[in-house]
Design a protein around this ligand. Sequence first.
Ligand SMILES: *Cc1c(COP(=O)(O)O)cnc(C)c1O
Length: 427
Amino acid sequence: MNYNKSINAFKQSQELIPGGVNSPVRAFKSVKCNPVFFDYGKGSKIYDIDGNEYIDCISSWGPLIFGHSDKTTQSKISDYLKRGTTYGAPTEIESEMAKKIIELVPSIEKVRMVNSGTEATMSAIRLARGYTSKNLILKFAGNYHGHGDSFLIKAGSGAMTLGLPDSPGVTKNTAKDTIIAEFNSIESVAKQFKKNLGKIAAVIIEPVAGNMGLVQSRKDFLIELRKLCDKNKSLLIFDEVMSGFRLSQGGAQQLYDVIPDITTLGKIIGGGLPVGAYGGKAEIMDYLAPTGPVYQAGTLSGNPLAMSAGLSVLNRLNEKLFDKLESISKKIHEGFMQNIHETGTKAIINRAGSMMTLFFTENEKIENYNDAITCDLDMYAKYFKSMLDEGVYLPPSQFECMFISSVYSTKDIDKIISSNKKSLQSI
Ligand SMILES: *Cc1c(COP(=O)(O)O)cnc(C)c1O
C-alpha cells in the first residue's frame, strides 16, 4: 500500500499539533509506523487520504456499533440540525436521553450528561468524595479512567506504596489521594481498606477492562468488591465508558449482576459525537448542584445534536443486535485461535462479546496488569503493520482492544481471519 499522503499529512500536523495528533495513541508510536489519516468511512470500511480501504476493527474505540455513516444516526442528527445546534438551556431531548439510560442501565436512577468519558469519571469521584466526606480513591493497576489528574497514577510496585504520579503536571498531593490495588485480587483491595481505614471514598473499576488489552473481572471478585465497599461505606464506581451498551444493553453490570453506586458512561452513548454521562442512585445523584452541594457544570452538556446521535444508537440496542455482535465476534475469535494454533504463534485471546485482544505472550492467562506487561510489543507492532498492509485496521497498541461492529459481512469476517493468518505467518 501507498501511504504518501498520510506521511505528508503527519509531517504537517506535527508542526501544528503536539505530536501531530489530538490524542496520543493515534500517533502509532507504539507500533512504530506512520499514522494513517482518514478521509471517510462507510459501513464496515474506512478510507484513508491515499485511497486505501480498510475493514475497521476499532469503530472509533467503540461508539460505531452500526458502522460508519450509519443512515439512522445521520438522519437524526440532520433532523435536529435544522432547529439549531445548542442553546445552553434545557431541552426535552435531554430527558428523553436520561429516560433511555435509566431504562437500560440497572444501577442508574438519575443521570447527568457531560461531554467525554474523562469528564464523567472526574465528576463521579468528586461526587463520591462529597457524598462520603472521605478523600481517597482506590483504582486498579492497568485500568484507565481518562486523563483526569487523579487517575494518572502509575501502576507499578512503587506507586502501590508511594502513589507516584504517572505524568509530570500531576502533583504529589493529588497522586497520594489515589491508591492502587491489583485487578482481580480481592486480597489487594482488602489490604488497602485495612491500611486506609475509613478514608476511602470510592473504588473505581473497569468491570471489563479494555485499556490493558481486554481483561475481564472474575465474577467472584466483583461480588466481593461490592461487599467490601458496603462494609467500609465506600462507593463502588463502575467505569463503563467502554463496556456500557457494548457488552449488553445494560453493560457489564447487567452481565455480572453486580450493581455499582455510580456508573460512568461514554463512547457509544454519543453515537459518534462527544458525550459522557454519570449516573446512579437518586440519593447520591441529588447531591449534585443545583439540588446538592457538589458542583459540576458544562456549557455544551446535553447539547441536542449529541443527544440525537446518542439516542439514535441507544434506541436500537436489543437482544437481536447483541446476538449478532456475539456471532460475528465468535467467528473472528475462533478463526484467530485456529490461526494461532496452525502457525504455532505464542499468543492468547481474551474476548468479552464484541471486545477482544490478541496478546502476544507465553502466559496462559492474562488476568491483570502484571500479566499484560509480559506481552511482546515488537511482535504486536509487526503484526499491526502487516494487518494494516492487508487492509485491516487494528488498534495501534497491544494494550487496546478490537471493537467489532454489527455491519461486518461474511466477506469482511473471512478477510479479517485470512489476513490474521498471513500476518501471523509473516512475523
Ligand atoms: C475512553 C475511556 C475513558 C475516557 O473517555 P474519553 O471520552 O476519552 O475522555 C474513561 N474510561 C474508560 C474505561 C475508557 O475506556
